[in-house]
Design a protein around this ligand. Structure first.
Ligand SMILES: [Zn+2]
Length: 369
């Protein structure tokens, strides 16, 4: 039997909340128990929706939404739906309005919004270490009491409810920032000081991305490059936020949403390519908007093509969702073909990832200055 990590986290949360005083029920976050022997978890609220997992009798589910007899929950970090018919609502509404819960902001510059998604207006901002009391939760957003007595919403993944830091991806991002502070002490130049850069390692988890020679999975190579880029940019003073630092699946919308939560100055998605014809090779930079993204794409591609040993395919305009949904200047890099023997050999060297990172840093310096 497999219960997703996300589900376990929610069940743990429920455990924490049960002992706290309850002040009425929330519309969302109700707890249900699976009554059927096996219950399909689907990616859409329909009996024909793709099955992405299974729950078993006695499993507990927290529902965030209801839609024509289907309840929305999370499964493996993804939005998922289960038929309400097979679920029994537990008597207690365990996630309820609770004035006593404190949370601390873990992101560097985080927006506070008027509602529980990045679609809502920005009503304020918070920074790392700020604390607020939590009034309510909805999906993965927290309603918080602001210091002037009004309320606003903040993304849960940019906060921490306990003083003990957990190993979340945002925490990892923060650690990268800390390393940068230390490096700055001995470095004479911090040309990216004050800039927030989101580095997005493409694919991950159940999505391997392109499959290259020797069965190499793109998601793994993306991670190698992304962590080297994060290291180099941090050393040059940037605050680096990585959308994923582990082998986890993230939707394209979620990647853009993470970027939109920060005061992001540039978003860079890292990818490698594959093609059925082995001779196809080289690096390319993709942008979506001529106004918002093109200048960044040009500065980065110039530095990549000037310093990397691979063929330069140039700039491409493409309506990639992760770019289109991004409020910040956003680009997607295809850093070589895992199916081309020449590219593949180069990509296997650690020196290549460092060269890529230095070229991106130089491109960003040009772009910002
Ligand atoms: Zn890719």
């Amino acid at each position: 039997m497999k219960i997703s990590k996300a589900l376990i986290i929610f069940i743990v949360l429920v455990g924490t909340f049960i002992s706290l005083p309850k002040q009425g029920s929330a519309e969302s976050g109700d707890v249900y128990e699976v009554g059927d022997i096996v219950l399909n978890v689907r990616s859409e609220p329909s009996s024909t929706g793709p099955v992405i997992g299974k729950l078993h009798k006695g499993d507990q589910v927290i529902a965030f939404n209801e839609h024509y007899g289907w309840l929305q929950t999370y499964y493996d970090g993804e939005e998922a739906w289960v038929a309400a018919h097979y679920l029994t609502k537990k008597k207690e509404n365990t996630i309820t309005k609770n004035e006593s819960q404190e949370l601390m902001v873990t992101g560097q510059s985080v927006y506070i919004r008027s509602g529980p998604s990045t679609d809502f207006a920005i009503v304020g901002s918070a920074t790392i270490g700020d604390t607020y009391s939590m009034v309510e939760t909805e999906a993965d957003w927290y309603k918080i009491k602001l210091h002037d007595g009004s309320t606003g919403w903040i993304a849960s993944w940019l906060t921490d409810k306990s003083s003990k830091a957990d190993a979340s991806e945002e925490q990892t991002g923060k650690k990268t920032g800390t390393v940068a502070e230390e490096v700055k002490g001995v470095s004479t130049s911090s040309p990216l000081d004050g800039y927030n850069i989101v580095i997005d390692a493409g694919h991950g988890g159940k999505d391997p991305g392109a499959i290259g020679l020797n069965g190499t999975e793109e998601k793994t190579v993306n991670s190698q490059t992304a962590s080297e880029v994060a290291k180099v940019l941090s050393a040059k003073g940037a605050t680096v936020i990585q959308t994923r630092s582990k082998d986890t699946f993230l939707s394209l919308d979620r990647r853009a949403e993470i970027s939109n939560t920060y005061n992001t100055d540039a978003f860079i998605s890292i990818h490698y390519n594959a093609f059925p014809v082995q001779s196809v090779q080289g690096i390319g930079t993709y942008y979506s908007s001529l106004n918002k993204d093109h200048a960044l794409a040009e500065d980065i591609q110039n530095k990549l093509s000037g310093s990397l040993p691979l063929y330069n395919r140039g700039l491409f305009q493409e309506e990639f969702r992760v770019l289109r949904k991004n409020n910040a200047p956003a680009i997607l890099l295809e850093l070589g073909f895992l199916t081309n023997p020449g590219d593949y050999a180069t990509i296997q060297t650690t020196g290549y990832h460092h060269q890529v990172a230095e070229a991106i840093a130089d491109g960003l310096v040009n772009y910002f200055h």
